[in-house]
Design a protein around this ligand. Structure first.
Ligand code: SF4
Ligand code: SF4
Length: 438
């Protein structure tokens, strides 16, 4: 018997104890320091228990279990709902300080019924028999001009005809005006970005010309929640607005949002995706953002009513009391995610949509597909990325983001490493020790 190839093992932050996890056998434990140190040296206390949980394994049996789990993963993914993004326009009424789309060429705004019809024909044909929903994305999809409103009305009408759910990613500025239009559609959620309390948000997410946008967005969120529409509030975080996140959490609680079952949140890390950020020093890397969240949550545990950070598997374990299935792939591009824009072009996902060198085909005026590139996206997972094949973190990491990996190396089949062990050390300590101590 030897240690599992997939063991996640490390010290809990601010503690003498260790965590030991096997994502393949879905076991997780906290180990006393002395037991862990002995384990590291290959001296096993209670060997039968370590074998039963899959921390010590027969490598051949483990390899068979890996193959079985991989086949289950593929089966489940094949049955998963597909998220289909549609970008009616890349135009936007904001000039956010960090916008990665700022360098994209804007398109003219026009009512485009034939293109929307062609998009739905493609969806009907290519994704027949699959559960799916449409996410309307931009630019800013909810601009207040007439052609934009007609495009949105047409998208809602065609989706509703097919009983497809709709999600919308918007800056929220015109949301209040649009809410009545959503009454007959099945709106899964509306994602709106708020970067902090008013003063901070308005310095980062302003209209062209510099006017603030916070008050209108807040009214839009209130109106949507009032109409029974789920809101996913996203804050894009860097070192400039991080100190004010707790104020945003308090604001959401005072407004009654945090306790509303229709309200959820996500934190997006402001990072360099395609264009050069003017000031790199304000950006967080994955570990430093979670380190600052750890300290902030220790001081303000009430932040968790607003947002509970994932810390790799930690949040799932904390909330479900069990391990998730092993993660052979963390990038849904061309598997359960696709993106389309009103120029008639097809892309792998939201990170690549609108980039000339990422086009995978067209749905209008005629259908074309770059099958060789699509195949590379479809095949990308920890079994095909060379660096991941022997990586012990693979079943919690999943190989990361294909777009980030491709931007780094030029190759889709390359890694975007997640600091899984460091995140687990922080998250398990926070959720299972720091916040539960008297
Ligand atoms: S490439 Fe990145 S952004 Fe796109 S689906 Fe994959 S993980 Fe998500
Ligand atoms: S992306 Fe990096 S950390 Fe993740 S499984 Fe691959 S090699 Fe390991």
């Amino acid at each position: 018997m030897e240690k599992s190839k997939y063991l996640l093992f490390g010290r809990l932050k601010d503690s003498q104890e260790y965590f030991i996890i096997n994502p393949l056998t879905k076991q997780a434990d906290i180990m006393e320091a002395a037991t862990a140190e002995a384990f590291l040296k290959g001296e096993y206390e209670n060997e039968a228990d370590l074998i039963e949980k899959g921390y010590l394994v027969d490598p051949q049996e483990e390899s068979r279990a890996y193959k079985r789990a991989y086949l289950d993963f593929i089966d489940e993914r094949d049955a998963d709902e597909i998220q289909i993004f549609y970008v009616p326009t890349y135009a936007c009424n904001f000039s956010c300080s960090y916008c990665y789309q700022a360098e994209y060429t804007e398109q003219s705004l026009a009512y485009q019924p034939e293109i929307i019809d062609a998009f739905f024909s493609y969806v009907d044909r290519e994704f027949a028999g699959r559960d799916k929903y449409i996410t309307i994305f931009g630019g800013e999809p909810l601009l207040s001009n007439e052609p934009t409103k007609k495009n949105i009305a047409k998208l809602l009408e065609e989706a509703t005809k097919r009983s497809l759910g709709i999600a919308i990613v918007t800056n929220g500025y015109t949301l209040k005006d649009y809410v009545p239009l959503f009454s007959d559609a099945f709106i899964k959620e509306i994602q709106v970005t708020v970067d902090g309390p008013q003063e901070i948000h308005d310095q980062r997410r302003m209209l062209h010309g510099g006017a603030g946008t916070f008050s209108q967005i807040i009214e839009g969120i209130d109106a949507a929640l009032e109409a029974g529409i789920p809101i996913n509030l996203r804050a894009v975080v860097d070192k400039e607005n991080f100190p004010h996140l707790i104020e945003l959490a308090h604001f959401a609680t005072e407004r009654g949002w945090s306790e509303n079952p229709l309200f959820k949140t996500q934190l997006g890390r402001n990072y360099e995706l395609h264009s050069c950020q003017s000031d790199q020093s304000k950006l967080y890397d994955r570990v430093s953002l979670y380190e600052d969240l750890y300290e902030m949550i220790k001081e303000h545990p009430e932040f968790l009513t607003f947002h509970t950070p994932a810390y790799s598997l930690s949040k799932f374990l904390f909330e479900h009391g069990e391990m998730p299935d092993p993660l052979f792939d963390s990038c849904p591009a061309c598997k359960t995610e696709w993106a389309f824009d009103s120029s008639g072009r097809i892309y792998s996902c939201t990170a690549t949509v609108g980039k000339d060198d990422e086009v995978l085909g067209t749905f209008y005026p005629k259908v074309t597909r770059a099958d060789d590139i699509i195949e590379q996206w479809e095949e990308r997972d920890v079994t095909t990325i060379p660096e991941c094949k022997d990586c012990g973190l693979q079943l919690a990491c999943g190989g990361g983001c294909g777009s980030v990996a491709k931007n780094r190396t030029g190759c889709i089949q390359s890694s975007d490493c997640r600091p899984v062990d460091k995140l687990l050390g922080m998250g398990l300590s926070l959720y299972f020790q720091q916040l539960t101590q008297d």
